[in-house]
Design a protein around this ligand. Structure first.
Ligand SMILES: Nc1ncnc2c1ncn2[C@@H]1O[C@H](COP(=O)(O)OP(=O)(O)OP(=O)(O)O)[C@@H](O)[C@H]1O
Length: 485
């Protein structure tokens, strides 16, 4: 869809009397001019910085007048409730949020001219962030053009001329410091999360296996958002029945069910102004899906046992280790809820796909961070063979399992890690975990390498030529040093 978006031009879109009061619509103003000369879009969204509690008669007047003149055109208004029209970060965050919610897949033409200069800088920053498919346009009015006709100009602004990107980057670096390692495969994901964070109210769906870092990524979005001074609340949805989940999320009134001895505030209300992280969202029942869909649509909650809804302002970040589109296709998850939750999406790779270098970085990272935790003067040392066992292990529990393993090694070792202190599953990885075929093959090769005297014997046992075995050792990044000295 081709969407045109612009601010209302409060000065130039209206005619005024000598006392500067608005008395009518200026048909030579920028909004009208764009429609007269250049409009070729499927819809136009006109933005107002005001609160939408009561429609602004002026912006609605211009909309009605345009619709009367061009009845086949779709013209909508949106009220963004901007408290300070020169606050760039507030403007950018609210506009970007709106665009991500409503125009994510559109070809967006931004009419740059109307609005305050802060609004124009925000347009530029949104365009430059590259998160949406945007183009910037301005109009040269007929009295300034050589041929006496208004001209539509596509703007290409050189990046180096405006320092906005670096200002925004600086803010997020200041906001965020933590004991966490962002390895290479995580960098693009965290960069995207940072952009998402700036777009207020936009929902995010994080995909990733258990222990891959979903909660941390969600908290990173919160910390980098304008809501970072407000609460970040997390809930694992899979551990509750419908009744418990509903009362936990929305609260309840005293006496509304057996055991409800007093009023209790729900998590949505506790998170007011901040963000809520709903983990394992793929596990909620059809009933809870319907309830949550309503909450997202209406931005209101209903406490259990209450009849009056409460307005909420909470950013929702959800996560799942399931393939939600597949669940939707099978009919167990609602498409409409999926689309509401997945306005933006992020996927964390499982640890087994992060490559040896990253695995090693993580091991080193945890060895140092757990040294501090255990208050040891020296870091634990891993012999080459022990390191190979750890590197070869597929870690079905992902980073959490690796973190726990290193903690465990600190408990049982003082200096150099002894092989007998390694958990049995590392020495003999079996198929006790659900593993894909490739991992099963890798584990089988490791098993055979361990019992064979050399590669020739291993390839014989495996029933393949040595070249095939060597290729698989390379592809699966199996470290063979531990098997033969
Ligand atoms: N890159 C990393 N650097 C440091 N610690 C990490 C990293 N990734 C994950 N962890 C640690 O692994 C553990 C699991 O992370 P987290 O709880 O974010 O995962 P999750 O995907 O939300 O898991 P689940 O779905 O089971 O709740 C946490 O202790 C977290 O600190």
């Amino acid at each position: 869809m081709k969407t045109l978006i612009s601010w209302i031009a409060t000065v130039h879109d209206y005619t005024r009397n000598p006392q500067n009061q608005i008395i009518g619509i200026n048909e030579d103003g920028p909004t009208y001019n764009f429609h007269n000369d250049f409009y070729s879009h499927d819809r136009h969204i006109i933005l107002s910085s005001k609160k939408g509690d009561t429609p602004d008669s002026y912006i609605e007047k211009i909309r009605t007048s345009l619709v009367q003149k061009y009845p086949d055109r779709t013209i909508d208004t949106r009220y963004l409730d901007i408290s300070d029209v020169i606050d760039i970060s507030q403007i950018k965050s609210k506009v970007e949020g709106l665009l991500l919610r409503e125009c994510k897949d559109d070809e967006i033409s931004i009419f740059f001219s109307p609005g305050t200069s802060a609004m124009q800088i925000s347009w530029y920053l949104i365009h430059e962030s590259g998160i949406l498919n945007t183009r910037l346009f301005q109009v040269r009015p007929k009295n300034h053009s050589k041929n006496g006709k208004a001209e539509l100009l596509n703007m290409h602004v050189l990046k180096s001329t405006i320092p906005g990107g670096s200002i925004i980057k600086e803010e997020s670096v200041v906001n965020y410091k933590e004991d966490y390692i962002i390895t290479d495969s995580l960098k693009p994901i965290y960069n995207r999360a940072e952009m998402i964070a700036k777009a207020d109210q936009v929902t995010t769906l994080i995909y990733g296996e258990s222990g891959s870092g979903k909660e941390h990524l969600a908290s990173y979005i919160h910390k980098n958002s304008a809501r970072n001074q407000k609460p970040f609340i997390t809930l694992n949805c899979s551990s509750f029945t419908d009744e418990l989940l509903e009362s936990r999320l929305f609260g309840y009134k005293k006496g509304s069910f057996t055991g409800a001895a007093e009023d209790r505030t729900g998590l949505f209300e506790e998170a007011e102004g901040g963000s809520i992280f709903l983990d394992e969202i793929g596990d909620i029942s059809p009933y809870m899906q319907q309830v949550l869909l309503r909450v997202i649509q209406e931005k209101k909650i209903l406490e259990v046992g209450n009849i009056k809804e409460k307005k909420i302002d909470v950013r929702i970040i959800a996560a799942t280790n399931k393939d939600l589109p597949i669940l939707c296709g099978e009919g167990t998850f609602r498409w409409d809820l999926f689309y509401r939750l997945a306005v933006t999406e992020l996927t964390l790779p499982p640890l087994r796909n992060r490559g040896m270098i990253e695995k090693k970085e993580l091991i080193d990272f945890f060895i140092e961070s757990k040294r501090k935790l255990f208050k040891r003067p020296k870091k634990l040392r891993l012999g080459k063979d022990i390191e190979q066992f750890i590197l070869n292990y597929p870690f079905p529990g992902n980073v959490r399992e690796m973190e726990n393993l290193i903690e465990n090694l600190y408990v049982f070792n003082n200096d150099i890690v002894l092989q007998e202190t390694l958990p049995a599953r590392l020495l003999n990885p079996t198929d006790e975990f659900k593993l894909d075929l490739k991992t099963a093959e890798k584990l089988h090769i490791i098993k055979v390498l361990k019992i064979a005297k050399n590669k020739q014997q291993a390839s014989k046992l495996l029933g393949c030529v040595i070249n095939t075995l060597e290729k698989k050792i390379k592809d699966y990044e199996i470290k063979t040093d531990a098997f033969w000295s």
